[in-house]
Design a protein around this ligand. Structure first.
Ligand code: HEM
Length: 280
């Protein structure tokens, strides 16, 4: 047995007394955070299900924070700043993608044990997820409905629809910097989803054909593609996990379940950036 004394960090000046001082838990609100898991059943796996959703919502909170500032940076032609944030958003999606591995350890038997207790609650009603979709440009106003009963949430979602999406701002930046973008595209109702536009594709084509000349837009294009690439992987991981856990049952939110989520795999946030690849 060692005769060394147990290590005492206070001997090196480590703060050990937090009476009247802000501690780690105070600063981070840890007690509030850890009081927010309220399983409705005694089943072992419900805590995993709750924490997986809650941590996803925390990361979505950060995604929204980054997207707001990235959009502002694009508006101000501060592209380098926007790149930093767009890269971070892609990394957050990667983080969320890896998180599915934890949830995948839950079998159908384990989920079925508490699924009925969720009632009709579903990620479909995640207003932060809808805000992310809206901020990036997938703007389906029908998705406002599940939030009708909450005026604060509806106000947030409508406020987002009232300003151009991040992709619309990228297109506006192209126009501002000398690329010819159709008037239809620039003056359309921005509260609606942007559809494919030939002149936007032409602009990206010019960028990809002369990267050195248009380096900032070249980088912007790739950051956006990265982001959508990781987002697509999230959708794919989600639908695969859902099929693995509930098969083809209807969703708790009332959609067809896997059939609905497969349909969502077809969403194209930045259509010209994907299609331009075929003509390069
Ligand atoms: C076993 C785990 C899960 C199952 C079985 C599941 C199932 C489903 C189903 C069936 C839908 C379609 C809507 C409905 O009818 O309910 C849906 C939507 C959704 N889920 Fe999940 N989900 C799971 C985990 C998660 C997690 C961890 C998140 C993270 C926040 C999440 C977020 C979402 C979102 C955002 C939607 C809406 C997607 C859209 O409208 O495009 N889900 N989920």
């Amino acid at each position: 047995m060692s005769d060394q004394k147990p290590y005492d960090p206070s001997a090196e000046g480590t703060q050990m007394n937090f009476d009247g001082r802000m501690s780690y838990s105070d600063y981070l609100g840890i007690d509030t955070l850890l009081a927010a898991q309220k399983p409705l059943t005694q089943t072992h796996d419900e805590l995993l299900f709750i924490i997986q959703h809650q941590t996803s919502e925390l990361w979505m909170h950060l995604i929204l924070h980054e997207l707001q500032t990235a959009r502002k940076a694009i508006i101000d032609d501060e592209f380098s700043m926007a790149f930093k944030m767009l890269s971070r958003v892609a990394k957050i999606f990667e983080q969320l993608n890896n998180a599915w591995d934890v949830l995948r350890t839950m079998t159908p038997s384990e989920y079925t044990a508490f699924r009925d207790d969720l009632g009709q609650s579903s990620g479909f009603q995640s207003w932060q997820y809808r805000l992310i979709e809206y901020a990036l440009g997938n703007r389906n106003a029908a998705m406002l409905s599940p939030h009708k009963h909450k005026s604060e949430t509806i106000a947030k979602l409508k406020a987002e629809l009232a300003v151009p999406s991040l992709y619309d701002e990228a297109i506006a930046a192209l126009a501002r910097n000398g690329f010819e973008i159709s008037k239809d595209c620039l003056t359309r109702d921005k509260s609606q989803t942007h559809g494919f536009d030939e002149t936007v594709q032409d602009a990206w084509k010019t960028v990809y054909q002369s990267p050195k000349k248009h380096w900032q837009f070249y980088e912007l294009a790739e950051k956006l593609v990265d982001l959508e690439d990781y987002f697509r992987r999230w959708r794919f991981n989600h639908v695969t996990t859902v099929e693995r856990v509930i098969g083809f049952k209807r969703g708790t939110g009332g959609t067809g379940g896997v059939s609905y989520l497969k349909r969502m795999l077809e969403v194209e946030l930045f259509p010209e950036l994907w299609r331009v690849r075929t003509i390069l």
